[in-house]
Design a protein around this ligand. Sequence first.
Ligand code: HEM
Length: 667
Amino acid sequence: MLAKEDVEHMIKQTSSQAQPLSKTLRASGISRSPISGHYKMATVKILLALALCYAAEGIHLSYRPSLHITGLAATLATVVAIGSQTEGRRVTGSGSFDGSCNNLERPDWGLPNTPLSRLAPANYDDGVSAIKTHSNTGRPLPNTRELSLQLYPDLQVIDPVWTLNTQQWGQIVAHDMSLSANDVEAHKGLTNCCDDNGRLTSLAQTVPFCAPILIPLNDPVYPRGTECMNFVRTETTRDRGCTPANVAAQQLTSVTTFMDLSTVYGSSQSQASAVRARRGGRLLTTVRGGREWLPNNPKPTVNCETAKLPNEPCYLAGDARVNQNPQLATLQVVLLREHNRIADTLALLNPHWDDETIFQEARRIHIAETQHINYYEYLPILLGFENMVKNKLIYPDTHGYVNDYDPGVDPSIINEYNTAAFRHFHSLIRGYLELVSESRRTIGAVRLSDWYTRPMLLELDNAFDHLVRGLTTQGQDFSDQSLDSEITQFLFKRNYTYGSDLRARDIQRGRDHGLASYINTRTALGLPAPKNFSDMLEYISQENVAALQNHYASVEDVELMVAGSLERNAPGAQAGPTFVFIITEQFYRTRVGDRYFYENGADPDIAFTPSQLDSIRKGASMARLLCDNSDGIQSMQPRAFEQISHTNELVPCDTLPAINLTLWQDV
Ligand code: HEM
């Protein structure tokens, strides 16, 4: 008898290693011309994937009468559905929790525990999986902590236009779409390759997952004798026995790749069950001080290990990283409350709806609203409005549906996107978070590293509203090569004086994931590739090219994370052309590869009505989301990613446009 794991295993073996660009973006202006393909696959893959599709969500076959399942698939589906079925449920217009069956031809696309894809061929020391330690000339690659120290100083240059909310919402988007397997980020590593005192452990030599970051002897920050920072490699297809002998390993992601608010609802049926109230379509909350917060995490010592007091709040949400930093937790609370606000309204409008109907409809509206904010408000700031229009990521003047869903586009996460390009925005992080009153006066500030994995801050007095106003008042750090020392020296410091270095980890992660070099990535993207260091002057300053030359033996060894983050920002964008290209490609795939994308009207079982869609477009905004779900905020600027100015003045919350939920009332 086949077990679910066997089916998953077989499916993963069929997953493609590298994906062609779904579209080819062109160099300077980053324009795009359609190429690419529909991935036809062998019947057996369809059958196996269908089987997984049913198994993964515990769907009883009778709930899907319209699908024609024959022979092997039906047998496998029945086999796997019997052990895993926990409850009868239906898949509505917001899709399954794990993303299965979003693509009906490739039901396994977008699932957790599936491989990332690549734009450029992998680059491992042994060609298949060994972390890159040496350059092609045979010299050791520069030490990643050394690169962080030399190239990413803490300069405190503040963005004059965009608020800290732009940075923070970015982390929500990042977490919705990917989580490198085994990487719980904030939590003390289960594998200690380097101990809390910065000493290499015996595991460093014996455990293949270990790749500790070595501290240079002359490091100006860490005390003498500190040898290392812990670093555990991401789990790959090879670790699960899913890669043939000579094929390069591909990293796995632990969450759905779709933009489906898995941060709120989880990436599996069981994660969703753990956060549902099973009453009125609501998500579970804990009430403290008369306000609703995320429910209590059953494992506070793992997830909130810096808690100092007994019974300190530690949250449970769809994503394991929820407690990582206070602003992230703030937005997670906002998203929790938004679901319940929508659910409560739907319940009033439709008293005959049961819990399941309200829950699924609220989830569907919530995801649509978030997709709208992401594509029409947030991403244009990073990628440039014109670039997004030109590359068909948004359709600003369209009324009615945009039927651009393409079942041939793989919505998986591109390794170059989540291991390099999107991490560029770590440079936007501020080390001190301002607490701001209703009159927008700064009344205090907290140090980020004092509150990693300690969400208790949110619940102290009125800190929650102060933090929300801080997000929309304080400027984010400018998008450049400077990084705040709160993340390059004190990351997750817990009770120690110093912590880890996020930029060193970003670069080390690129080596761990076998990312192609800067040159090879640009070549794969069809962008002009520098042949020598001087050629780089076109996109990178002379000073930075000189620094690269100083660190790398050959221009061919320069890493994507490093050179990409040193490029001058592309016009109207918050990153250089290479990263803008990669991120544009990712969000094109994320949109076009999602059958449930809110603007898609091709399938009447999934689509919003034209008037509902119109209302989402007019009423969904970051400003309204924050207003509706804070405790007592009365005013907000309409464009909440942008700082308050005479063209973006504070207005009363109730004058901001809102989604008209009466359009969901049964007639
Ligand atoms: C205070 C804010 C933030 C903190 C403390 C933080 C911390 C981290 C940490 C510790 C990791 C894992 C590093 C590793 O590979 O070992 C990570 C990964 C990542 N971060 Fe951030 N981050 C923050 C904000 C952001 C923002 C603003 C963005 C983008 C807009 C972002 C994008 C990413 C991405 C794409 C990953 C990889 C996710 C994955 O697939 O595993 N982060 N971050």
